[in-house]
Design a binder for this molecule. Structure first.
Ligand SMILES: [Zn+2]
Length: 203
């Protein structure tokens, strides 16, 4: 669900997002603030329809600098993001060591890896270090595939199964711990390169 590309799925999401483009600024700001109230206190799958709708609205709000206009007051539990002044809504992904926690409003780094609270960082780092070589199987070059003894399909399938387990850990253990520091959190519940879908990641 990267909104910038022109894949058929992203084109479809752009079509979905038009409903929010028709909102005026005040209506959009109120919708965002109210929905943050409903997101508060839980960790959410990236694939959850409410999160998907929120992300579409948030992106249009970001394009219109809606949080700079102070048209609606978000719930008090949300801090202000340093990147774009939107309420603090972090996304946990497998790229956390490189990208940190990602802002759901502007898609920039919201919390650099080194600034993740220490009690959480060690556990997230260990998880990401396990995940990185597993995810890399999807991007092996020909030489690496040959090293797999001519059985790349089996290596890929094993990696997909390992990724499923790690995504379950992210959703069941890591994302809830983000709530010790943030009002709400989102976690990526798929691995498109290994063809692990949200419905494969059962909590
Ligand atoms: Zn931001």
């Amino acid at each position: 669900m990267a909104f910038e590309s022109d894949s058929p799925l992203d084109t479809l999401w752009k079509e979905y997002g038009r409903v929010f483009a028709d909102f005026d600024d005040l209506t959009l700001a109120r919708w965002l603030a109210q929905t943050l109230g409903q997101l508060e206190g839980k960790s959410w799958r990236l694939s959850h329809p409410l999160v998907g709708a929120y992300r579409l609205a948030a992106q249009i709000g970001n394009d219109r600098s809606i949080w700079h206009k102070r048209l609606a007051t978000p719930p008090a539990a949300y801090a202000e993001s340093p990147c774009c002044r939107a309420p603090f809504l972090p996304l946990l992904t497998r790229d956390i060591r490189e990208s940190g926690l990602i802002c759901q409003h502007c898609n920039e780094t919201l919390v650099p890896f080194d600034e993740i609270p220490a009690d959480l960082r060690g556990e997230v780092e260990a998880w990401a270090k396990l995940y990185e070589p597993i995810h890399a199987v999807a991007h092996w070059d020909d030489r690496q595939r040959r090293h797999a003894g001519g059985n790349y399909d089996a290596a890929y399938e094993t990696a997909a199964q390992e990724a499923e387990k790690l995504l379950i850990k992210a959703g069941a253990e890591l994302a809830p711990k983000l709530l010790n520091h943030y009002a709400a959190a989102v976690w990526e519940d798929q691995d498109e390169c290994l063809e692990v879908r949200p419905e494969d990641v059962g909590l």
